[in-house]
Design a protein around this ligand. Structure first.
Ligand SMILES: Nc1ncnc2c1ncn2[C@@H]1O[C@H](COP(=O)(O)OP(=O)(O)OP(=O)(O)O)[C@@H](O)[C@H]1O
Length: 235
């Protein structure tokens, strides 16, 4: 994205953001509450308008079909009457269109995604009857089932226990190593430093962008987080 500015009415959520996410890279977007991290992902997914086309995708990838998006868990309606299997299958139906009956191959992909995230045994369970960590795994299974080129995840480890967090980070690392571009919003600086090869510190503007070694300096951390305490620095 190049020189991306996003406003909600009079409030500027992102200002002049230029950043590039590459295939094969595991990127973390880090910043305080209200920094514009979700706004950045939503603009990439196309959930927010981008009238000046500041977000661009490499030629050869049809943007709509290449993105797999994991929104923040609390933004979804978990009372919706569907099973774990149905939610994972939504990763496929997005590609096929709603009227297309899933093929054997689709069912195989969904089963493998559920196994990889450790919720295959729960496949017939209603999503309302899952714990927070199980829900997060189901959302990741839906993402894997999509077989996208660009994986966008908004705080995917919220509510997940420490051991499982490591497993899921390893899973995302593998997806990047397979050649996908993985972009994750997180509040966990340590985890980002351990697993990601690209960090973007953001607070409405990009504060730093590069390898963990380049980005992770006391000066950059201070510049990203200090002004936001108690909302100072936001309109
Ligand atoms: N629909 C909306 N209408 C108006 N303002 C919004 C809307 N969505 C977000 N904002 C504002 O835009 C700013 C950026 O919000 P965003 O959700 O992108 O932040 P974030 O970095 O993801 O925060 P968090 O870490 O708390 O999830 C915030 O000040 C927020 O209040």
């Amino acid at each position: 994205m190049e020189n991306l500015t996003v406003r909600y009415g009079h409030h500027t959520a992102l200002e002049d953001v230029t950043v590039r996410f590459d295939a094969g890279q595991f990127s973390a977007i880090i910043g305080p509450n209200g920094a514009g991290k979700s706004t950045l992902l939503k603009t990439m997914v196309g959930l927010l308008p981008d009238p000046d086309h500041n977000v661009r995708f490499d030629e050869g990838h049809e943007a709509k079909n290449c993105i797999a998006y994991v929104p923040q868990q609390q933004t979804l309606d978990w009372a919706f009457p569907v099973t774990v299997w149905d939610v994972a299958m939504m990763g496929r139906t997005g590609r096929l269109g709603w009227l297309h009956w899933p093929s054997k191959k689709d069912r195989e992909i969904v089963a493998s995604a559920l196994k990889e995230t450790g919720v295959y045994e729960l496949r017939n369970r209603h999503i309302g009857a899952l714990s927070g960590g199980q829900r997060q795994r189901v959302l990741l299974a839906r993402m894997l089932a999509r077989r996208g080129h660009l994986l966008l995840l908004d705080e995917p480890l919220t509510g997940v226990d420490a051991h499982t967090q490591e497993q899921l980070m390893a899973l995302l690392r593998r997806e990047a190593d397979k050649g996908r571009a993985v972009v994750m919003v997180t509040h966990d600086l340590e985890q980002a430093r351990n697993w990601c090869d690209h960090l973007v510190l953001i607070n409405k503007r990009v504060i730093a962008d590069g390898t963990p070694q380049q980005v992770y300096t006391p000066h950059n951390i201070e510049a990203t987080f200090s002004s936001s305490f108690l909302g100072v620095g936001h309109e």
